[in-house]
Design a binder for this molecule. Sequence first.
Ligand SMILES: Nc1ncnc2c1ncn2[C@@H]1O[C@H](COP(=O)(O)OP(=O)(O)O)[C@@H](O)[C@H]1O
Ligand SMILES: [Mg+2]
Length: 304
Amino acid sequence: MSDFSTNGAVARTNGSGTATLLETKPCVLELDHIGVRFGGVIGLDGVSLRVSEGEVCGLIGPNGAGKTTLFDVISGMRTPQDGSVTMDGVDVTGLSAAKRARRGIRRTFQRVQTFGWLSVEDNLLTALEWRGGGGGLAGDLLALPSRKRRERQRRERVDHVLGLCGLTGVRKSSAGSLPIGQARMVEFGRAIVETPRLLLLDEPTSGLEDVEVDRLAQSMRALLGEHECAVILVEHDMHFVMGECNPIVVLDQGRVLCSGSPEEIRTNEEVQTAYLGDVKGMHAAAAPTSEATNFSPTNNKEES
Ligand SMILES: Nc1ncnc2c1ncn2[C@@H]1O[C@H](COP(=O)(O)OP(=O)(O)O)[C@@H](O)[C@H]1O
Ligand SMILES: [Mg+2]
């Protein structure tokens, strides 16, 4: 008997190969025929996809395929000329990035963006929304117990996330003084400290040591275990993508070339034809080694 998941529907095959639907996970994000043009340049062309609760969706494709543009559209930083973005059943196409953040969209960037002059701990605290504890200014002045309780809860949440991200030992260090791997984890921690509903990670393993990549994978799994959310990540490291993502969506020249499970992507002829030079890397990803394998034909992780 084996389990598989597609479009959030968790199904199980019995001995005779008949699939029975056990459970349907709610759809967190649905993109319907998204189109973006930059003057005459096509950024995205009719991109549709669905991501359900509990899924880590891997977005792969060569430089210029439209991955970052898609993240901009999902997070609300760019309004598409065509198509719609639906989150938890609500059309958010016209909503600002700030309003979408309120609905639980969090994002990390291709180039790490921490508040370098702040401590690691303060980087996380600033991302944790302060809703106060009631009582307004008077509550502040009188240091009401509800205020103290809220403040304690905030600090406990930050402590938990620092631990999850392996940052407890450097909590007092300024974020700007950290090596790239830890700086990326600060960005990751900042994105999850206020619980996400949909987490967007743009090349999260770029510049990370193997041990840090493992830590990131663990933190991501812990997040999905603790909260009802979904993750979409753009990544060139095929070991990471094949090991952590399902489904995987392949973008090429602004269109979805194909999508499916890691096995389906690995054996897809169109993908193999389009990325002949990387087929070796994709097969290598089936049997992980300590060496990172890059999907990009140019092996260039630093995109514009
Ligand atoms: N601000 C922009 N102005 C003009 N063209 C852009 C802009 N942003 C992206 N593009 C173009 O859109 C396409 C997709 O880019 P991008 O989303 O950055 O791809 P990826 O992240 O997959 O490398 C590319 O052809 C790129 O040159
Ligand atoms: Mg990009």
